[in-house]
Write a protein that binds this ligand. Structure first.
Ligand code: ATP
Ligand code: MG
Length: 433
């Protein structure tokens, strides 16, 4: 069933749900991230409602609803054409080895606040409060920490991370996203438990890393991950103290694949490391060395560690390969420059190269590429080929290595204007077969 777009905001939808629950005698509040974001002056991504109504009752009160996390007491309610998660106040227990709770119990607002991870995530808001000053319900000191820009675990930090090691990565995510300082005890507890992050499923780790690396604050996130020693368990490799200039210098809307590549270069091809290749004074010897020797194995490791999709790992692979080509730009013939520019990861690769701008020679290379690219783009970097495989077959050629070579060479000749029509292309093939 299609519905007309509604004029109500996501907040309106959540507030309406709170109202209905209230009218039926229940406690109900806006909860968690949306309260935090609003207090920070940011627009919340979504609004969650927390209530003492039991899940079955929530289902009855809202006909347009369904269970999404029945075991956790979460119901998705459709209101004003928007979906709002309505969760019953709960406590969680029996964490098995620092992973997800195996048991939940329904409870009151205070206990629900206290089972949450960080004080800034443990706030409730009563949107129907007559006195706006009394609208925020704070059982955990979240408001003071928001003011002080502090990320602090609720309760005993040690115990809270031992319950769920993923919270360590979430700490890096929230602190980097808001530019908050991590409270001292909280930070100490993370460093203490960091090596146990590997007990968490690779999928959940991957989700957190992706959220961090696709945010404009990815540089701060990578630094926190390094400084908290979460890099080793997150990436299943040794801890590295390398500078993180590349990932920190990426354009803010860089793709996940570009961010992963930049981070990889920072970690595995740091500028200080004199590499074997640096004996001959080429541009970026440390990066060339990495691309030639370790990149493939590192990507295989990261793919598993972060549960990268085929698409993401393919993109990173392509960026790494294209970077090797781009480093040779001054020596590339026109056809090869055009082929590079037509790649689906050209923009990603250039973004990574630009982000290495503090390394010797990069600024000059980028400048040359930018200059050379203008006329090439104007000519067209990926024209329709004059000659295709079908044409060659019609001309009596058989598919194979020679056939393939002819196609490549004919297209290169076209890209360089040695062939300017189909007739010339046919003649070219006849004289080269
Ligand atoms: P975002 O804007 O990134 O979605 P959020 O605060 O809404 O931030 P979610 O991951 O959507 O974060 O979780 C919603 C709320 O549930 C959090 O604010 C927090 O109170 C609680 N929460 C989520 N994950 C955990 C966890 N692993 N341990 C404890 N509480 C958690
Ligand atoms: Mg959320």
């Amino acid at each position: 069933m299609t519905q007309r777009p509604s004029n109500h905001s996501a907040r309106d939808a959540a507030v309406r749900i709170v109202q209905v629950l209230r009218e039926h005698g229940h406690a109900a509040y806006l909860a968690g991230g949306c309260v935090r974001d609003a207090l920070l002056g940011l627009t919340p991504k979504d609004y969650d409602v927390a209530t003492d109504a039991l899940p079955d009752h929530v289902r009855e009160l809202f006909r347009n609803s369904r269970f999404v996390g029945e075991a956790f007491g979460v119901v998705l309610v459709r209101q004003f054409s928007r979906e709002v998660e309505v969760a019953t106040f709960r406590t969680e227990s029996n964490y098995e080895d620092g992973r997800r709770p195996s048991h939940v119990e329904f409870t009151d607002a205070e206990h629900d606040a206290k089972r949450r991870d960080f004080t800034i995530n443990g706030l409730f808001e009563d949107p129907l409060a007559a006195d706006p000053a009394a609208a925020i319900i704070d059982y955990v000191g979240g408001r003071a920490d928001l003011k002080a820009r502090l990320l602090r675990a609720i309760g005993d930090a040690d115990a809270r991370f031992a319950e769920d090691y993923l919270r360590m990565l979430r700490a890096a995510r929230f602190a980097s996203r808001f530019g908050f300082t991590i409270d001292e005890k909280t930070g100490r507890a993370i460093r203490l438990h960091a090596h146990k992050l590997g007990q968490i499923s690779r999928e959940r780790i991957g989700v957190e890393v992706q959220l961090m690396l696709t945010a404009p604050t990815r540089g701060a996130a990578a630094q926190l991950i390094r400084d908290l020693h979460l890099d080793a368990p997150a990436l299943t490799e040794v801890h590295r103290e390398t500078p993180l200039e590349t990932v920190s210098s990426l354009v803010s809307d860089a793709s996940y694949a570009a961010a992963l590549t930049a981070w990889m270069i920072d970690r595995h091809a740091p500028i200080e490391t004199p590499s074997p290749a640096s004996t001959h004074a080429t541009l970026l010897p440390e990066v060339r060395h990495f691309l030639g020797k370790e990149a493939a194995a590192t990507l295989r490791r990261w793919r598993k560690a972060l549960c990268l999709s085929n698409d993401e790992q393919g993109r990173v692979h392509a960026i790494l390969a294209l970077l090797s080509v781009v480093l040779e730009w001054p020596a590339l013939r026109v056809a090869h420059r055009k082929r590079a520019m037509a790649s689906h990861v050209w923009d990603d690769s250039l973004a990574v190269l630009r982000a290495m701008g503090d390394r010797p020679g990069v600024a000059r290379l980028v400048h040359q590429i930018d200059r050379d690219a203008v006329p090439l783009l104007k000519e067209g970097i990926a024209p329709k080929p004059w000659i295709t495989g079908d044409d060659l077959i019609e001309m009596g050629l058989k598919p194979g290595p020679v056939f393939k070579r002819l196609l490549i060479d004919a297209y290169d000749a076209q890209l360089e204007h040695a062939i300017t029509s189909r007739r010339e292309a046919v003649a070219w093939v006849e004289s080269h077969r």
